[in-house]
Design a protein. Structure first.
Length: 610
């Protein structure tokens, strides 16, 4: 009778020989023959499992490992290999049981501790993952994977500093693992160290150019930093490597949306829906794309699909409310916001939207109560304070509007010209220039001009040739910084309009106010100040968003619109006479236009007394 040990050794050597020469089929055939000849030969089954693992035939690996375990329950290697196979298939609970069995059989098995830590991390049990990883680190301080697992567990618990240290340990042991650099980049990003995050992501990609996750995270980092063009390229690379990478298609759609590239954004989101036809967030985001593109029917249809699939029903109702509000369908908008509030009574956004609708409906009291509720839920909501001030709530003075406008334009300053002129077709400065030149002719170029609410200085270059003196004033210091770069103003002031008027009595030949009075409701004090600041016969040229009637109103946008009758009565009371008026389109809002008026008034010269 042949010695079993010699037979096993011979089988192992023959299989090894075939594998070394890449003769996989022959190795499988020999092992299968050995298993058929002796179904109790655990070694043959174990060898066969190893060969199948090389070919990626996970079902076969599992079958063979389970056969080994049935024959030899104490075979730690078989339990370990089965755990790896199950973990690859994301059968986490089964994998965890296998690794626990390995640790029971071999308590010093550091790699099993590492793998169990990974499984627990994947399952969301970060505390247990941390404990297991720490034990692995104590057993095997030079095992890079143990430090990496510890970093993952710590990072997921928000301990970014400690996580960063663990990932550095892993890289110190093995600097050529792209995965470690990727994980360190994630921790650095979470710690707001974007420069280091970017560096390690690039290292991960250099080490493993086909690492789709690294390209994807690079896209995320670049998108958050505002480099949308580079973010789009990174997402496209991830998709090139893995065309079925759903998250990359989804985030690419978002980056393209932020670029206002709605056609390409829609393509990306539709690709997500091809991969997952019930992806609720995509219905929502694709609805936003169609909304921004002015395709409101499609947007409403998609928001209803999101409503059917999303857990966050309140968000879907808010989105529907916003579209109906944009379309002027105020009753439907109010109903949607009410349903959003019913679904989530703590939604400040829903109360804010309802307040906007009530502004449009003229229901001032309900608008006030809605915005008051917003401030209960979000006390720092400056726009709500501004709107309450505009609705006459004496608790919120003009300071609330000043703070809101200052904050708005400070945030907007760096991209104001691109957004307003290129995307929204803002024409007010040019309209003012054209209108005034018709009135003034070409006789003088020495006017003293004040650009009131000058912003980034869009009016400055258009009026410089008419001005002997050109001054600008604006609430936003950052807007003034942008205007200063033009080098066309003689003086630039950070300040409030009326205060500036009062400090410059009888100073100016012309006062300009382009798209300024949309942030001021009652213009009486402003008009009196402008009159005092003008020389006799001086011109007051400004724009308004226009409504019918005899007064002004606060719109859902947070801007005011004024009727021509209101402007005429106020001008007459303040000592102005009308020179000209032009009804026009001031700019776009989404796909429709804002209707407005260019007004020019002259400060009348008091009649001589006899």
């Amino acid at each position: 009778m042949a010695d079993h040990r010699n037979t096993t050794y011979a089988l192992e050597q023959e299989v090894l020989n075939h594998l070394q020469n890449n003769r996989i089929e022959q190795a499988i055939r020999i092992c299968n023959e050995a298993c058929a000849k002796n179904a109790s030969d655990a070694t043959a089954w174990f060898l066969l499992a190893g060969i199948y693992s090389r070919t990626g035939q996970l079902d076969e690996v599992e079958r063979c490992c389970r056969r080994v375990i049935a024959l030899e329950d104490g075979n730690a290697a078989a339990h370990y290999n089965l755990g790896v196979t199950l973990q690859i298939q994301e059968r986490l609970e089964e994998a965890a049981d296998c690794y626990r069995k390995v640790i029971q059989l071999r308590p010093q098995h550091a790699q099993a501790l590492v793998n169990l830590s990974q499984v627990q991390w994947q399952a969301g049990d970060y505390t247990e993952a941390e404990a297991l990883a720490r034990k692995a680190v104590r057993l095997a301080p030079t095992l890079a994977e143990a430090h990496n697992c510890l970093g993952l567990a710590l990072n997921s618990q928000g301990q970014t500093k400690a996580a960063t240290s663990s990932f550095h340990h892993a890289i110190g042991i093995n600097p050529n693992r792209a995965e470690f650099h990727l994980n360190l980049a994630m921790a650095c990003g979470a710690d707001q160290d974007h420069e280091k995050a970017l560096s390690h992501l690039k290292t991960a990609i250099r080490l493993d150019p086909a690492n789709t996750e690294a390209h994807f995270e690079l896209g995320n980092l670049l998108r958050k930093s505002g480099d949308l063009e580079a973010a789009v390229a990174a997402y496209r690379k991830a998709i090139e490597l893995d065309p079925a990478f759903l998250k990359a298609h989804f985030n690419l759609g978002h980056a393209l949306y932020l670029q206002d590239n709605f056609a390409e954004s829609a393509k990306s989101y539709n690709r997500v829906l091809q991969l997952d036809p019930s992806h609720a967030e995509t219905f929502n985001n694709l609805g936003r794309v169609y909304e921004r593109a002015g395709q409101y029917d499609q947007a409403i249809e998609l928001f209803h699909k999101a409503l059917d699939n999303m857990d966050d029903k309140a968000m879907a109702w808010r989105n529907l409310g916003r579209v109906h509000l944009t379309r002027g369908q105020h009753a439907q908008a109010a109903e949607c916001y009410e349903k959003a509030i019913e679904t989530d009574p703590s939604s400040a956004e829903a109360f804010f939207g309802l307040g906007q609708v009530c502004c449009e409906l003229g229901d001032r009291e309900r608008a006030k109560s809605s915005f008051e509720r917003v401030l209960e839920l979000d006390p720092e909501k400056k726009e709500a304070k501004h709107l309450l001030a505009g609705l006459g709530d004496r608790r919120f003075s003009e300071d609330a509007t000043t703070e809101y406008v200052t904050d708005l334009f400070d945030r907007y300053a760096s991209k104001f010209d691109t957004e307003l002129v290129e995307k929204l077709e803002y024409r007010t400065p040019q309209l003012l220039s054209d209108t005034l030149r018709e009135i003034l002719g070409e006789e003088r170029s020495d006017y003293s001009i004040l650009d009131a609410g000058c912003g980034t200085g869009l009016c400055g270059p258009l009026f410089r040739d008419l001005a002997g003196r050109l001054d600008g004033v604006d609430l936003s210091a950052k807007m003034i910084d942008e205007a200063r770069r033009l080098d066309v103003y003689d003086t630039l002031i950070v300040g409030e309009l009326v205060e500036t008027f009062l400090s410059a009595k009888d100073t100016y030949d012309i006062i300009l106010a382009a798209d300024v009075f949309v942030y001021i409701g009652d213009l009486e004090t402003t008009f009196h100040g402008a009159r005092d600041s003008l020389k006799n016969g001086g011109l007051f040229a400004f724009s308004t968003e226009t409504i019918p009637g005899d007064s002004f109103t606060l719109r859902s946008s947070g801007r005011f619109a004024h009727s021509d009758n209101y402007i005429d009565h106020l001008a007459a009371d303040c000592g102005f006479e009308a020179v000209t008026r032009e009804h026009c389109r001031l700019r776009k809002e989404y796909t429709s236009y804002i209707e407005g008026t260019i007004h020019v008034f002259r400060k009348t010269i008091p009649a001589a007394t006899s």
